[in-house]
Design a protein around this ligand. Structure first.
Ligand SMILES: [Zn+2]
Length: 478
């Protein structure tokens, strides 16, 4: 970075920094700041995640949190800002509202800002996010008002931690490595190439890696300031009839890590785990939630204890975004929609009528939708690098497995994070689209999508990630 006039004038006024101060700063090359805030609803708000849980959430002992990690360079420039939150997903309008606030206060560009959800199914509903489509009924006006009020309050809270994290940056060592945890299991049972049921499938595709970014004080590596990790699994241990807001395994992992490292903040994101559930899943989930949380915390501690399993990131990332158009497989016509309305499937009947009404008002059934792909390329020690990839929606394991197979090598590591920035729908692979099933088609009603994705979706996303993360598109990076 070129020194700005104000920095030059400041140096002239106060003199050059002493040699020791310069050495201390260049030891890490990076600064980091972290913050955390309680986002548990203070008033009744409808929960979201299970369509069968048709009531407003109750206050509970368990808290929901959002956490922020700001990464800067040694000259004080803010390089990247990450927020994770105990929510089911991040609707685009929430992402946009938070970014507008942050841009105004911190002057950061969109490429450098990412926000992702843990996909806890014990979180509150949000404005512009499923609602009617999820529950297949029109919500009472009072409930909608609660959701809008909560969302507005949430935007304030997320702005607050972003600014707090950016303002608390200090010289820090960032290191990245990968552990493994065994509780994610594929949940798609396939017979003769066709989806049969949502049940544990120990032979199905799953990504059990635990990518971990550790943040320690530059002058004391034993002082853990924060951790940012992801795990590719649904956050669904805590199912109905359990009531009350809950962060599930992700909330437990963050709490346990923060307890083991007092003063630290632990950001947890969901990886490409849309076709995986935590196992075992039982009505009494509490002991398993703690077990999964401890398993992830153990992975963090193992990486902190053995620096040969991690490498140091030497500067803030080069950030890039690209919006691609994802195609839908088909566009139902009026006759088909009328068939849905007359059929036995209540969800399709509700949704079919919505589309018939829209067509009457002149709206065309969409052929596709915009999809934001974001990459952060961190340079690392010994010519190594890490690229974190942020993908919107419920991304299945096949994506991270294929992206890593195509791009991971001795000098470059890939880290793929789902449920990021926007919540369009499930993002399934070409193979899964051919098999059909819940993630491919039944779930699409919740996301206001009248069709499954077209099979070319997979190549469009992977091709774009390969281009951005492979370093072929450095132009436009910030
Ligand atoms: Zn899901």
């Amino acid at each position: 970075m070129k020194p700005t006039l104000s920095i030059i004038l400041l140096l002239l006024a106060v003199g050059l920094p002493s040699a020791s101060a310069q050495d201390e700063k260049s030891a890490s090359g990076t600064t980091a700041g972290l913050a955390k805030i309680d986002i548990t609803p203070r008033v009744p708000v409808r929960m979201i995640g299970y369509a069968s849980r048709d009531y407003e959430g109750e206050p509970a002992e368990n808290k929901l949190f959002a956490r922020a990690l700001a990464i800067g360079d040694e000259a004080g420039q803010l390089g990247a800002l990450m927020i994770t939150a105990d929510l089911l997903g991040i609707p685009k309008s929430l992402s946009d509202r938070v970014f507008e606030r942050i841009e105004r206060k911190l002057g950061i560009s969109r490429k450098k800002f990412a926000i992702s959800a843990t996909h806890t199914h014990g979180g509150p509903a949000l404005s512009d996010y499923m609602q009617e489509m999820h529950f297949c009924k029109i919500l009472p006006a009072g409930e909608k008002q609660h959701i809008d009020e909560y969302t507005a309050w949430l935007v304030d809270r997320l702005e607050q931690i972003a600014i707090q994290a950016a303002g608390s940056r200090q010289p820090a060592n960032l290191r990245w490595g990968e552990g493994r945890a065994g509780f994610a299991m594929n949940r798609r049972v396939i017979e003769n190439g066709t989806w049969k049921a949502m049940r544990p499938n120990p032979h199905g595709s799953v990504d059990q890696s635990v990518p971990v970014l550790t943040v320690t004080a530059a002058d004391d590596d034993s002082k853990v300031l924060g951790v940012f990790l992801s795990y590719a699994c649904h956050c669904t241990s805590y199912a109905p009839p359990n009531k009350g807001f809950h962060g599930d395994w992700a909330g437990a992992a963050a709490r346990i890590i923060e307890k083991r490292h007092p003063g630290s903040h632990a950001l947890i994101a969901a990886g490409c785990g849309a076709d995986a559930n935590p196992e075992p899943r039982t009505a009494d989930a509490a002991p398993f939630i703690e077990k999964h949380g401890n398993e992830l915390a153990d992975q963090v501690d193992a990486l902190l204890a053995d620096s040969t399993r991690t490498f140091r990131l030497t500067a803030p990332p080069k950030c890039q975004t690209r919006t691609v158009q994802l195609p839908l497989a088909f566009q139902p016509d009026r006759e088909e929609l009328e068939g849905w309305v007359a059929g036995q499937d209540k969800r399709r009947a509700f949704y079919g009528q919505i589309w018939l009404d829209r067509i009457d008002l002149g709206e065309a059934v969409p052929t596709g939708f915009d999809y934001l792909i974001q990459t952060w390329r961190f340079p690392g020690e010994n010519d190594r690098s890490l690229t974190s990839v942020f993908l919107p929606g419920e991304v299945v394991s096949g994506y991270s497995l294929r992206i890593k197979a195509e791009l991971n090598n001795d000098s470059r590591r890939l880290w793929v994070i789902g449920y990021a920035n926007e919540s369009p729908c499930y993002i399934t692979t070409a193979k899964e689209i051919a098999e059909g099933g819940y993630e491919v088609i039944q779930s699409m009603v919740s996301y206001d999508k009248p069709s499954s994705l077209a099979p070319e979706t997979e190549d469009i996303i992977v091709g774009t990630v390969v281009e951005l993360a492979g370093g072929k598109a450095e132009q436009g990076e910030e």
